[in-house]
Ligand binder design. Structure first.
Ligand code: AHR
Length: 513
């Protein structure tokens, strides 16, 4: 038998030729809107997210700021189109007493941040600082109320303090503190991870607690109503969702949360390096990320039983990759780097959220700056944009666009006997009629060619951007800010109703048709 020797070019060609990737975009079947709030973020009093991340202090002469908020961060987040920001936690939320963070800064009490590094929290960044910052960012605030160690009165007062326009004890206090008009905060979390750091409650108990707290929150805000979000399940705790849906009346709950992190193991120091991961670790992270699809499907199916009209939204208010902290940094600060692995994780997850946009109407990547899968890292006066930032910025064309249903038949990305779909695709039509298609190839070694049938769509012109890098471990550093950044993409062709796209290994592409 003759032996065949393939040159690298022939090998690449043969890999492409054997590809089976096919997709159909049903451009004539768009019904549901991809809420911009799926692109939300999360800022906890954790490590260097608030202090050193968003906020560097009013008296900082070295880093340009407005009322202490970094202006480079504001510009970057505005460009990314940040639609909402969750604050002050996380676990911190159920230890936070909002009255500690109002009034003259010098008089604010200091507390201990028991969850995150045991550091002293001086409360110099409080309600006014956060809500004014949201105005600067042009983003909607999402306040997480303290249920675990707070009181019904405290949460009810917070709502009155930030939302009530007429005369009342709390609105007068707000005015004394320098803010005449209410901020009209719509999104409210009623506890965080009530099954864990929020109080280790059982679902039946929390359902009753939730009913009490939500009853005393004034629902009127401006001309509308507030949106109360119950603390939801961790990952596949379907019993949590079932119990809450069964026991909380629909008129008390507008959203139900769910948290899912892509983590290798919850053991201390066992999450793997953010940058020096093995093939196995990479595969497992992708497995965890793609599990989001199944989790949403199963939680949604339970919600459908009690709420077939989908009035209650599923809110994935914590998601992202979670690795070991960077060597030499405080283990309680959760500071990690961000590579191309995180970029494809983000792209594939957002494609999943798009698919489920009828039920998933908000999500919050954990967390915005210097913590977990951050979009921004800071060091003194320097700031870098992570690969994840670039994906969220490229994808922002989908915000508030109509989702176009997509079916995909993907080649496998394999590791030993295990396999995952290599390619994911989503599409939407924006208000101006432009169609955007997002494609992700999670395979770190193999390029993928995909043929997409455009049903009900005649594309005349096509442009695009790509985020990729030679190595899946590649990331931006303070010495090399632009190692990973989006560039123009010319690997897509359209012929009649067929779109053909060549995706390099580990890549995220957004096309405009
Ligand atoms: O995002 C970090 C932590 O993860 C949050 O504080 C908590 O809600 C979750 O367990």
């Amino acid at each position: 038998m003759k032996k065949l020797f393939l040159t690298p070019a022939l090998l690449a060609l043969s890999l492409i030729a054997s590809a089976q990737n096919k997709a159909t975009i049903n451009a004539d079947e768009g019904k549901y809107v991809i809420s911009k709030h799926i692109y939300g973020h999360f800022a906890e009093h954790l490590g260097r997210c608030i202090y050193d991340g968003f906020y560097v202090g009013e008296n900082n002469a070295k880093i340009p700021n407005k009322n202490g908020v970094r202006l480079d961060v504001v510009a970057a987040l505005k460009k990314m189109k940040i639609p909402n920001l969750r604050w002050p936690g996380g676990c911190f939320a159920d230890t936070y007493h909002w009255k500690d963070g109002i009034g003259p800064k010098a008089k604010r009490p200091k507390i201990v941040n028991t969850w995150w590094g045991g550091v002293t929290e001086d409360n110099s960044f409080g309600t006014h600082d956060f809500l004014n910052m949201c105005e600067l960012l042009g983003t909607e605030p999402y306040l997480a109320g303290n249920v675990g160690s707070g009181t019904v009165q405290e949460l009810s007062d917070w709502v009155q303090y930030v939302n009530f326009e007429k005369d009342s004890p709390m609105s007068s206090l707000r005015q004394q503190n320098g803010r005449a008009q209410p901020w009209n905060v719509r999104y409210w979390g009623v506890a965080n991870e009530a099954w864990g750091c929020g109080g280790n409650m059982k679902p039946d108990y929390y359902a009753d607690v939730y009913r009490r707290y939500s009853t005393f929150m004034n629902t009127r805000v401006g001309n509308g109503r507030i949106f109360r979000i119950a603390s939801g399940a961790s990952d596949n705790d379907y019993n949590w969702t079932e119990t809450l849906m069964k026991n909380i009346p629909a008129n008390l709950m507008e959203g139900l949360a769910m948290h899912h992190y892509s983590v290798l193991s919850w053991g201390d120091g066992k999450k793997g390096s953010a940058t020096e991961f093995t093939d196995q670790e990479y595969f497992k992270t992708m497995q965890q990320a793609l599990l989001m699809d199944e989790l949403i499907e199963k939680h949604s199916a339970i919600m459908d039983k009690y709420d077939p009209e989908k009035k209650i939204a599923l809110i994935v208010d914590e998601w992202g990759g979670w690795y070991n902290v960077e060597p030499g940094t405080n283990p309680g600060f959760l500071y990690q780097q961000n590579t191309m692995r995180d970029a494809v994780l983000a792209g594939a997850t957002l494609n999943i959220f798009h698919k489920h946009c009828e039920r998933v109407r908000m999500a919050n990547l954990a967390q915005a700056i210097n913590v977990l899968q951050a979009v921004i890292l800071t060091k003194g006066d320097k700031m870098l944009l992570t690969p994840t930032y670039h994906v969220l910025e490229m994808y922002n064309v989908h915000q508030d666009a109509t989702m176009l249903p997509v079916s995909v038949k993907s080649d496998d990305f394999t590791l030993g006997s295990e396999k995952l779909p290599a390619v994911s695709v989503s599409a939407s039509r924006d208000k101006a009629g432009k169609v955007h298609v997002s494609l992700v190839n999670i395979d770190p070694a193999k390029p993928q060619e995909i043929s997409v049938d455009l049903k009900g769509l005649k594309a005349s012109a096509i442009t695009g951007r790509i985020l990729t890098s030679a190595n899946v471990h590649d990331h931006n550093t303070f010495e090399n800010l632009n190692k990973v950044k989006p560039v123009a993409f010319n690997g897509a062709k359209v012929n009649g109703n067929t779109l053909t796209v060549s995706l390099p290994p580990v890549s995220v592409v957004v096309l405009e048709l």
